[in-house]
Design a protein around this ligand. Sequence first.
Ligand code: VAH
Length: 316
Amino acid sequence: MKKILVTGSVGQIGSELTMLLRELYGNDNVVAGGNRTKPSGQLLESGPFEIVDCTDATKLTEIVKKYNIDTIYHLAAILSAVAEAKPNLAWNVNINGLYNVLEVARENNCAVFTPSSIGAFGPSTPPDDTPQDTIQRPNTMYGVTKVAGELLCDYYYKRFNVDTRGVRYPGIISNETLPGGGTTDYAVDIYYEAIKKKQYTSFLKAGTFLDMMYMPDALKAAVDIMEADPAKLIHRNAFNISTMSFDPEMLGASIRKHIPEFKLNYDVDEMRQAIADSWPNNMDDSAAKEEWGWNYDFDLAKMTEDMLTVLTKKLK
Ligand code: VAH
């Protein structure tokens, strides 16, 4: 049975991924690693938790050896908007943290899942049906760390035979943990505000199309790629995966099917608008489909129905 460490386990993806991995592989086989904040509730009670700061290689090694870890899901990262405000912190966490994880994996024969992002592309990348192999010249610190991370993970596979795999996530939307510091987070906040105030003021302007994905599909991708037959993988770091592309207007219209009086306003945040404008509209994910059978369940309508159902109960 796998012995898994999840770094960033208190974050938006990590918190739900940890619970799914425990369901699949057994609670005691999945160690939740968080850099500072101790989780509450089921994340803490359902299995082992350790304070893990990925920039501390000694501590990381200690945890991997203590639990005899053979697979690391490395989710700890600084997201795009915070990375732009604090580039040095982003470099340290996103690159030095990843380097430590890869070194520990090399020394202890661990497989490593590291997510990349649509943020790994830039203004010169073809924006529509963005190819798996294309120009990657992002102009954000987040994007620089994501491209460097992809190259570093591929290097560790080719040079040291570390089993590294990853996906380029779109903006992730979830109804559990609020995201922190992302450019796509408007697509999460809008549901909460729609229920509470029947209106939302978007920091991205109408017509800003971005690849987006509902959390259940994001989690499925993280599990499926690590279970895939390595002999069939031509690519590794990292696969384009896509489910839907929308702009604030499309999202608002989807919400209005359930809350007819919902009103969408705009107050554009120049920094996050510039970040979003540098990212593609949608990715071509044929390589993921061909090499490890990627598929998804949620389109915009199905996601909106589920988000509003779950959050209406939660916010009561
Ligand atoms: C962010 N949600 O906005 C993250 C993600 C594709 C975007 O990486 O930074």
